[in-house]
Design a protein around this ligand. Structure first.
Ligand SMILES: [Zn+2]
Length: 447
């Protein structure tokens, strides 16, 4: 890709490529994963490290601060434990700011601004890979009740620091698209409302201008892959409450991209967005953007994508009918879920299969009555014969299959092709079974 026309943005993009923490290129991050990165950060003389308190289970929650200027920026990440992308990004950002001289920043920028970063506000949830904390509380619905220690820490920080600009950094599910496009929304932005009526005061206007500038900048790297998050007022959420405190509050949701399971593209976009924010606040360039520029960002559209989409599958007999089928696969459990059946022309699949000419095969279990050892080859043969799952009441089946295999202790009911069911089925034509969908994954049987 050619360099971004703005030298400062080209510079931060290049520096990310050269300097991001490779060790954080993972699908998930826990407090333990950060240790090798935060140790040199704490040791850096320009960084002030503050122990803010502890999570419910006693893990330290630390703030890293850089600069001593009057303009105050506060960013926090992973308040939802299973949303790690921005945690890597803020640590990359601090690393780049500390160990290079980014283009475009005034020489004395650290006298003009103080940047506070709280990476991983919810380490207990991160350890469990859950959205909620160890109490089962969604910290982002605890802004009023403040029953979680993590929520109290964030609330206390906002009161103490009174940030001018607050970055609330999250991950969103991979199925959002940028408007009606077929692209995943790799980044979504929101300047949250601070009132039911969604008024725009000076601080919210600044948030929207900053977002418009960020979106314009990122659009160069991820064209048509940026969404604008719904701004319905959320009374119990931190972003909305912090917006009410007078901070220009910016929600960034990291999202999916094609062939990017660790969301490294969103990670890089976070770093560029943060640096854009810093640059434009120090140079006032965000003021060139209008509310109209903000609203020009397409909607962050929910459920525009699914993991696997099969189109034009024939179902039923006399009369038969045609449907599309969408399937999602849980990143956490690996289990599939049929999400919809019918006319899904507005939904796109990360994996998109045209099933024209294929008919759903009758469901047929293989009842295991004597010891059976299966490898993929033997399993494929059974699939081709129309076996879609195994009934093994006595634990007689052992296997070395790489392909997903469904083993039940009793036969399934005949009606299994419904939303909410796991996706294990076979597709046939006049020449027999042609393909299998196994735990949502498309497998061709007769190439
Ligand atoms: Zn979240």
């Amino acid at each position: 890709m050619n360099a971004h026309p703005d030298l400062a943005i080209a510079d931060i993009a290049n520096k990310f490529d050269a300097m991001h923490w490779q060790v954080l290129d993972k699908a998930h991050l826990t407090a333990e994963d950060l240790t090798t990165v935060v140790r040199p950060l704490s040791a850096h003389q320009e960084i002030a490290t503050t122990l803010l308190g502890h999570s419910y289970e006693g893990t330290p929650i630390i703030r890293y601060s850089l600069g001593s200027g009057p303009l105050t920026i506060l960013a926090w990440t992973q308040m939802h434990g299973d949303e790690p992308t921005a945690t890597a990004a803020v640590l990359d950002w601090l690393h780049i700011l500390l160990n290079s001289e980014p283009v475009g920043l005034p020489k004395n920028w650290q006298d003009l601004v103080t940047v506070h970063v709280i990476p991983m506000l919810n380490p207990d949830g991160a350890a469990r890979k859950t959205r909620v904390n160890a109490q089962g509380i969604d910290i982002n619905r605890d802004a009023k009740a403040l029953q979680s220690p993590e929520g109290r820490i964030l609330d206390q920080q906002v009161k103490q620091l009174a940030p001018d600009v607050a970055f609330n950094l999250h991950d969103q599910n991979p199925y959002y698209t940028a408007g009606t496009s077929t692209n995943p929304a790799t980044i979504a932005f929101l300047a949250p409302a601070y009132h039911e009526d969604k008024h725009v005061n000076a601080s919210r206007l600044r948030a929207k201008q900053l977002i418009a500038g960020m979106a314009g900048t990122l659009n160069y790297f991820i064209p048509n892959s940026i969404g604008r998050y719904d701004d319905t007022y959320s009374f119990r959420s931190f972003g909305d409450n912090i917006a009410a405190s007078g901070a220009s509050t910016i929600l960034i949701e990291s999202g999916a991209a094609f062939d990017d399971p660790h969301r490294q593209l969103a990670r890089k976009m976070n770093v560029i967005a943060l640096q854009y924010g810093l640059l434009s606040l120090l140079t006032d360039t965000y003021r060139a953007y209008s509310l109209a520029d903000y609203y020009r960002i397409p909607d962050n559209r929910e459920d525009g994508l699914c993991d696997t989409k099969l189109s034009h599958i024939t179902l039923g007999l006399n009369p038969s009918y045609h449907v599309d089928i969408s399937i999602n696969i849980s990143a956490k459990t690996g289990k599939s879920n049929i999400t919809a059946i019918g006319d899904l022309r507005t939904v796109h699949g990360f994996s998109d299969i045209d099933g024209r000419g294929l008919t759903l095969a009758d469901i047929k279990p293989y009842v295991v009555t004597s010891p059976l050892q299966l490898d993929d080859l033997a399993y494929r043969k059974l699939l081709a014969q129309g076996v879609s799952y195994f009934v093994d009441a006595n634990g007689l089946l052992t296997h070395t299959c790489q392909l997903p295999i469904r083993v039940e202790t009793a036969p399934l009911p005949q009606v299994f092709m419904l939303p909410g069911e796991r996706a294990f089925f076979l597709l046939k034509n006049d020449n027999g079974v042609q393909a299998a969908v196994l735990e949502g994954k498309w497998i061709t049987l007769n190439p």
